[in-house]
Design a binder for this molecule. Structure first.
Ligand code: MRU
Length: 368
């Protein structure tokens, strides 16, 4: 997608030096647009942990490039152990997004059996690039599949904008390009359909305010930032036509883990008979799990994210301020699980399906 008119992905190999991975530093957005170099698997682990890179698809692609950097670093002999250690370190960075382990295992499967160093590095680079390209392609297919849904709503609204509510950032910044929840929005906007997006700010890290608002603005999509608690009120007053969120992990029966607060939006949407769609590439499915609420690991993050809020002062400085008494106890869960029964449909690169085991397996028969 474009940044100030120039096309960018969120991750790529440095032109002229393909031993360096480059990423957009998402901690600094929207105030500063900065590109960071990642030169080792440790750099990639740190970037995932500190959320320089974040979002399920991008975490997966970053892990894939991390495994490429690990294969450049892996000693001979002993490269298999070194790759396994690198994979374990990457998998330990963040627990919820299914794409992370999926990407590491795919890379290990492809490079683990190649005994020549030169060939192994070449294969690793090729596979990481393939994972990144697929991620972008799958997101764009999600947009194509979902376009008729928005177009049908637009017809009912006779020229008035279709109001779409989204939570957190499942935009192109959360993937390699295009995004999952935003793919239908960009597809509709680019097709000339009037859309307007309600952007939940998404405490505590405010990915909606700092990332989704920024990327929609860069693409010229009309949007309005709202507080996390406003969605239910808007739904009761007919101001939301559909909800679209992304997902970090979806079980084989359709339970979907996504940024904390998604469940409350789904409940409010259900109560107001508003369709709630979850958009995801197939790399986000966890076909081994059935019961999302009891089996998806939910990341618990540092309480400082709840105690403090970061932003730009009137004078341009980026500062954090505490918003509660110094000793207030806090807890900070990063995700919640929306039960499948509250999801109208799932949208993925193979098409649209019911959020049920039968529905999902109709698109993924090889998983029966
Ligand atoms: O903690 P993050 O920013 O990595 O969380 C990911 C998200 O932004 C959301 O949960 C998103 O909707 C799914 S990621 C495609």
């Amino acid at each position: 997608m474009n940044v100030n008119g120039a096309p960018y992905r969120t991750i790529w190999l440095k032109p002229g030096d393909n031993r360096i991975v480059q990423v957009i530093n998402q901690v600094k957005l929207p105030h500063v647009f900065e590109i960071n170099d990642l030169a080792s698997v440790e750099d990639v682990c740190r970037a995932i942990c500190d959320m320089t890179v974040r979002g399920a698809g991008l975490i997966g692609a970053s892990a894939a490039y991390g495994m490429y950097l690990a294969s450049l670093e892996a000693p001979e002999p002993g490269f298999r152990d070194a790759l396994q250690r690198a994979g374990n370190a990457l998998k330990a960075t963040r627990p919820t997004a299914a794409n992370l382990a999926w990407a590491v295992d795919r890379m290990l499967g492809v490079i683990g059996g190649v005994s020549s160093y030169t060939e192994r590095c070449a294969v690793a680079m090729q596979e990481a690039n393939a994972i990144a390209d697929e991620d972008a392609d799958h997101c764009s297919r999600i947009g194509t599949h979902a376009l008729p849904i928005i177009s049908a709503l637009a017809q009912q609204k006779a020229g008035k904008a279709v109001n779409i509510l989204t939570h957190c950032n499942a935009g192109w910044l959360a993937f390699v390009d295009v995004g999952s929840a935003t793919a239908p929005i960009y597809a509709a906007h680019d097709a000339g359909i009037a859309v307007h997006v309600w952007v939940d700010e998404t405490r505590p890290r405010n990915q909606g305010a700092s990332l989704t608002a920024w990327e929609l603005g860069q693409h010229g999509v009309p949007h309005t930032l709202i507080t996390d608690n406003a969605g239910g009120h808007l739904m009761q007053h007919g101001l939301v036509d559909m909800v679209i969120t992304g997902a970090d992990r979806v079980t084989r029966n359709g339970d979907a883990a996504n940024k904390i607060g998604t469940y409350l939006k789904a409940l409010a949407a259900h109560d107001n008979r508003i369709p709630m769609y979850v958009a995801l590439p197939s790399s986000t499915f966890d076909f081994a799990l059935r019961d999302g609420i009891n089996s998806i690991p939910i990341e618990e993050r540092d309480g400082a994210e709840v105690r403090y809020i970061t932003g730009q002062t009137q004078h341009g400085a980026i500062e954090s301020v505490r918003i509660c008494p110094q000793k207030t106890p806090v807890r900070n869960w990063g995700f919640d699980v929306t039960p499948a029964r509250l999801i109208t449909q799932l949208i993925c690169e193979r098409g649209i399906c019911e959020a049920t085991e039968e529905g999902i397996l109709s698109l993924f028969p090889e998983r029966r």
